[in-house]
Design a protein around this ligand. Structure first.
Ligand code: NAD
Length: 479
C-alpha cells in the first residue's frame, strides 16, 4: 500500500508513481511505501491552501482556537494507537512516544486556550506616539500560506509547534513531513477530517526534499517557510527564500553543553546527563552532547555515568522495559559508525560504547561516552545526532562558560549546581535559546524554542511562535 497525499480535504494519489520504502528501524522491515512526490502535488496543495485562506482568516481567533482544542482532544482520544505507530516508525521507546504525544497535545491546547489573550486582546491596540494630533493602531495579520517542513526525530511534535500557531494566526498550511516518518504525521489528515477542519486549511504533501521540499520553498503563493532540520538544508531553504525575500524561520542543529559543578549530587547529575544524551537515542536537536564536569567531581560522576550507560536497556521499542531504541535510519546508523571510527583515529578515550550494538537486526548503537575530548576534535565540535557524549573537565566557572560558548551552535544548555544563585548566573552567560537548571529537558509551550548562532533564526512556541506566522501592520492617522 502507498501512503497518499492529503490535499483540499481529501486523500489523493501523488502525481508521481515513484515511491520510497518506509522502514521500521528496530526490525529493518518495510512498513509501507511513501510517494517520492512531485512539484504538481505541491502546486495542487498550495492552490488549495491559497483558496482556503480568505475564509479561514475571516474566522475569529477564538473560532480558530476551537479547532485546535478539538485537534488536541482527538489526538488524546486516539492516544496509544498513535504512540505505537510513532514507536514503530521512528524507533523510540513507548514511554518517549507518550511524552511526544503529550507535547503535541499540550501545544494545540496552549494555542487554543490562549487564543484571545495571544491575538484578539492585542488586535487594534492603540500605540502611543509622540507626534501631537496623531494616533496609530496595531494590526497583527496572518502571513498567508505557510509551508511547514519537518524532520523525522519528533514526528507530530515539530509539526504541532508549527501547525498550531500557523492555524491560530489565520494562515493555511502545507505540511511536508519527513519521508522517513510519514506514518504518524498522516494521522493529522484523519484528525483534520474528524474535527471538520475546512478543506484546504491543512494539506499534507509527502515526498523527498528534492521533489516536494524544494518546490515548496520557491512557490510564489507560499508566503512563509517554517523549516526544522539540518544546517545544510536550512542554508538551501534560506537561499531559495532569498530570491523574493520570503519570510522564513529556521530551527537547525545543536551541540549543547551540560555543565556539572562541584557541589552537584553525582547521582542526580548522572540522571540528567543520561536523559540529555540518550533520550531518543541522542537524536534530539537540543541533546546535551558535551558534558563539562568540574575536575573535583569528575571521579564521582564518570564511573556512575559508565555504569548507568551500560545498564541502559536497549531493545524493541514496543517493549515497555526498553529504555533506548535504534537510530531512526540506516543513514544515521552509518553516520554514528563513521564517528566511532573517527574517535579511534583521533585516539579518544572511550569510557563506554563506541560500537554498534550486537543485536541481529535494527540500527542499534551502544550508548557511548568519550572523556578528555580535545576541543578541536570533530566529535566535540560536530552534531552527531546519536547517543554519543563527549566530556571534558573544567577548573573554574569562567572556564566552564568559555568552553560551553566555544561552539558554532547555541540551541540549549543545562546547568547542574546546588548553588542556585550560581546556576542562574551561569545560565545568563550561556549562549543558548533555552537553559534548564537542575532538571531534565522539559518543554513548556509557554516558553520559546529556538537557537542562537548557527542553531537557527526565529523562535517557536509561546507568543514568539505565533509571531512567526503574523505580519505586523500599523494604521496611523490624524486624530
Ligand atoms: P534534513 O535537513 O535532512 O530534513 C529536514 C526536512 O527537510 C525533511 O522533511 C526533508 O525532506 C526536507 N528537505 C530536504 N531537502 C530539502 C530542500 N532542498 N528544500 C526543502 N526541504 C528539504 O534533517 P533531518 O535529517 O530530517 O533532521 C535532523 C536535523 O534536524 C538535525 O540537524 C537536527 O538538529 C535538526 N532538528 C532541529 C530541531 C530544532 O528545533 N532546532 C528539532 C528537530 C531536529
Amino acid at each position: 500500500m502507498t501512503i497518499q497525499q492529503f490535499i483540499d480535504g481529501r486523500l489523493v494519489p501523488s502525481a508521481s508513481d515513484d515511491t520510497l520504502a518506509v522502514h521500521n528501524p528496530a526490525t529493518e522491515t518495510v512498513m509501507d511505501q511513501v510517494p517520492r512526490g512531485a512539484p504538481e502535488d505541491v502546486n495542487r496543495a498550495v492552490t488549495a491552501a491559497h483558496r482556503a485562506l480568505a475564509s479561514w482568516r475571516a474566522l475569529t481567533t477564538v473560532e480558530r482556537g476551537r479547532y485546535l482544542l478539538a485537534i488536541a482532544d482527538e489526538l488524546e482520544r486516539r492516544g496509544e494507537e498513535i504512540v505505537r505507530l510513532t514507536s514503530r516508525n521512528n524507533g523510540k521507546p513507548l514511554a518517549e512516544a507518550r511524552i511526544d504525544l503529550g507535547d503535541a497535545v499540550a501545544t494545540y491546547r496552549y494555542y487554543g486556550e490562549h487564543a484571545e489573550a495571544l491575538l484578539d486582546a492585542r488586535q487594534n491596540a492603540d500605540v502611543a506616539v509622540a507626534m501631537p494630533g496623531y494616533a496609530s493602531r496595531l494590526r497583527l495579520e496572518p502571513v498567508g500560506v505557510a509551508a511547514l517542513i519537518v524532520p523525522w526525530n519528533f514526528p507530530l511534535v515539530t509539526t504541532a509547534w508549527k501547525l498550531a500557531p500557523a492555524l491560530l494566526a489565520g494562515c493555511t498550511a502545507v505540511l511536508k513531513p519527513s519521508e522517513v516518518t510519514p506514518l504518524p504525521e498522516m494521522v493529522m489528515a484523519e484528525v483534520a477530517e474528524t474535527v471538520d477542519l475546512p478543506a484546504g486549511v491543512l494539506n499534507i504533501v509527502n515526498g523527498t526534499g528534492e521533489h516536494v521540499g524544494a518546490p515548496l520553498t520557491i512557490h510564489p503563493d507560499v508566503a512563509k517557510v517554517s523549516f526544522t532540520g539540518s544546517n545544510p538544508v536550512g542554508a538551501q531553504v534560506m537561499r531559495a527564500a532569498a530570491a523574493d525575500a520570503r519570510n522564513i524561520s529556521l530551527e537547525l542543529g545543536g551541540k549543547s553543553p551540560i555543565v556539572v559543578f562541584e557541589d552537584a549530587d553525582p547521582d542526580q547529575a548522572v540522571e540528567w546527563i543520561m536523559a540529555g544524551i540518550f533520550f531518543n537515542a541522542g537524536q534530539i536537536c537540543s541533546a546535551t552532547s558535551r558534558l563539562l564536569v568540574h575536575e573535583s567531581v569528575a571521579e564521582a560522576v564518570l564511573p556512575r555515568l559508565k555504569a548507568a550507560a551500560e545498564a541502559l536497556a536497549l531493545g524493541d521499542p514496543l517493549d515497555e522495559a526498553t529504555e533506548m531504541g535504534p537510530l531512526t535510519t540506516r543513514a544515521q546508523y552509518d553516520k554514528a559508525l563513521t564517528y566511532f571510527r573517527q574517535a579511534v583515529s583521533e585516539n579518544l578515550v572511550c569510557l563506554t560504547g563506541g560500537t554498534a550494538s550486537n543485536r541481529a537486526h535494527g540500527y542499534f548503537v551502544a550508548p557511548t561516552v568519550y572523556t578528555h575530548v580535545p576541543t578541536d576534535s570533530r566529535l566535540w565540535r560536530e552534531e552527531i545526532f546519536a547517543p554519543v557524549l563527549c566530556t571534558r573537565t573544567f577548573a573554574s566557572e569562567d572556564e566552564a562558560v568559555a568552553l560551553a560558548n566555544d561552539c558554532a551552535y547555541g540551541l540549549a544548555a543545562t546547568v547542574v549546581s546546588a548553588d542556585t544563585e550560581r546556576a542562574h548566573r551561569v545560565a545568563d552567560r550561556l549562549e543558548a535559546g533555552h537553559v534548564w537548571l537542575n532538571g531534565p529537558q522539559v518543554i513548556l509551550p509557554e516558553t520559546s524554542w529556538g537557537g542562537h548562532k548557527a542553531s537557527g533564526i526565529g523562535r517557536e512556541l509561546g507568543p514568539w511562535g505565533l509571531h512567526a506566522f503574523l505580519e505586523v501592520k500599523h494604521v496611523s492617522y490624524p486624530r
